[in-house]
Design a protein around this ligand. Structure first.
Ligand code: DLL
Length: 433
């Protein structure tokens, strides 16, 4: 099995710890002197950069959250002048206050490096044709894979997402060997390939690098059977760098984290205590080399556990389990991150509607669907059916324009949705992951 960067990926763990300590010290100095927000936060806890002498001191530092990024929107946490920033991305979330991330030239080079590791993990090399069906744009999926693909010398096909018939034709005609997209789109493509009537033998596909949303072992089996490929799980988040944070190798027993760049911790999301090795909790990352947007103890909200055991592939980098869920209520619908509270704020702007609602998530033909059931105000409900239809369309449009996501709206009679005594059950997720 090929390894992209044997020096780091197979580094002795003692030595790795030294590298992590050195890099943490540099990062803390950088943020203390360049980001007023971090300086104030550290000063509040009585910390100066001199208190951080090794990776063991990380626990002294405060956590960072998505809210901190939003409060400093758009560029407030950047640690370099804007003249040093060569690229800006934003979370795949909806409009309004997105989380914005910036990269220096060195950050782009780090990103290409970790993506080269990811693709090599999946068995790709310079002889491969990589069809990138992740979206290009502010979302980090498309360009992240793109730079990694070029770095390993593969032939990159930047087709971006959607247009399924064209995907299949290009995959066939160009002889794509590696497919990069979300796992749900991979399944959708698999069905469309079957329907296309072209025999599997005419495709050269051998592997897929799938991520950006949760998926299960069952889904993996289905994708592997239908596409007759190795389906590799890749993980990342915009705030930390994008894809490239962690990737499965061909052994498929956990995702190797590029620990020389992103230091992981697992915490209890309630008490915020660091948990012992092997326990399930929330994944937290500290970036060790990033210049544009260094992050200290960033709470991902993703639930998983770490395995420091040696992997059969020879890499020593710690492995995380497939993500088991989230410690908040964020949904990922067709790759778009959505919080129920964002739907709620659109509802609150319309007086004809009551904020009693339910979101029903399902999967039809392997694509996510989202339906909103919402109660109409009593006074309004007595009006004509045509007016109700106008209201429904208006709400659907408002949701589309402020969330950037098509949501099917169903209006229901007042007081029909179940009221709960505890936490309202806003989301019914019928997808079988
Ligand atoms: O989804 C980056 C990415 C692109 C990863 C392409 C992999 C492939 P965001 O849009 O910021 O970034 O969303 C990050 O997506 O916190 C997880 O909840 C979820 N996620 C990403 N990869 C996986 C995965 C990109 N393999 C959020 N399994 C993260 C489960 C994943 N969830």
């Amino acid at each position: 099995m090929e390894i992209w960067n044997r020096h780091f990926e197979c580094m002795d763990r003692e030595e790795l710890r030294k590298v992590q300590s050195e890099r943490l010290i540099e990062t803390v100095e950088r943020i203390y002197f360049n980001v007023p927000y971090y300086r104030h936060k550290m000063q509040e806890s009585g910390l100066g950069p001199e208190k951080i002498r090794s990776i063991d001191d990380l626990r002294k530092l405060p956590f960072t959250t998505k809210q901190d990024l939003r409060d400093n929107y758009p560029f407030g946490l950047f640690a370099v002048p804007m003249s040093e920033i060569v690229r800006i991305h934003a979370s795949s979330g909806t409009t309004g206050k997105q989380t914005v991330v910036g990269y220096t030239r060195n950050d782009i080079s780090t990103w290409s490096e970790v993506m080269a590791r990811t693709l090599t993990c999946a068995g790709a090399n310079r002889h491969d044709f990589i069809q990138i069906a992740y979206g290009y744009g502010l979302f980090t999926g498309g360009l992240g894979l793109h730079y990694g693909g070029e770095k390993i010398g593969a032939s990159v096909i930047p087709i971006s997402g959607g247009n399924t018939q064209r995907q299949i034709q290009i995959m066939h005609d160009f002889g794509s060997t590696v497919l990069a997209c979300t796992p749900s789109y991979a399944l959708y493509l698999a069905e469309a390939m079957l329907e296309s009537g072209i025999s599997r033998n005419e495709f050269r596909l051998k592997a897929g690098v799938f991520g950006a949303e949760p998926w299960t072992e069952n889904m993996r089996r289905e994708i592997e059977d239908k596409l007759m490929i190795k389906a590799i799980d890749i993980y990342g988040l915009s705030e930390v760098i994008g894809p490239g944070v962690a990737s499965e190798c061909l052994v498929q027993e956990g995702l190797h984290i590029s620990e020389d760049h992103f230091y992981p911790e697992i915490i209890d999301p309630e008490t915020l205590e660091v948990l012992p090795e092997g326990e399930i909790g929330e994944l937290v990352f500290t970036t060790l080399t990033k210049e544009g947007l260094p992050l200290i103890r960033y709470r991902t909200r993703d639930l998983t556990r770490l395995n420091f055991g040696r992997c059969k592939c020879g890499r020593t980098m710690v492995r995380m389990d497939k993500c088991l869920g989230r410690s908040d209520d964020m949904l990922i619908i067709r790759g778009v991150n959505l919080f129920p509270s964002q739907v709620e704020s659109v509802l609150l702007e319309m007086s004809e509607i009551k904020p009693h609602y339910q979101l029903i998530v399902d999967r039809v033909n392997n694509l996510d669907t989202l339906e909103l059931k919402v109660e109409v105000d009593e006074a309004f409900f007595l009006d004509k059916i045509s007016q109700l239809e106008t209201l429904r369309m208006k709400l659907q449009d408002n949701l589309q324009s402020s969330l950037g996501l098509g949501i099917k709206v169903s209006l229901v009679e007042p007081k029909i949705l179940e009221r709960s005594e505890g936490k309202a059950k806003r989301v019914i997720d019928r997808r079988k992951f």
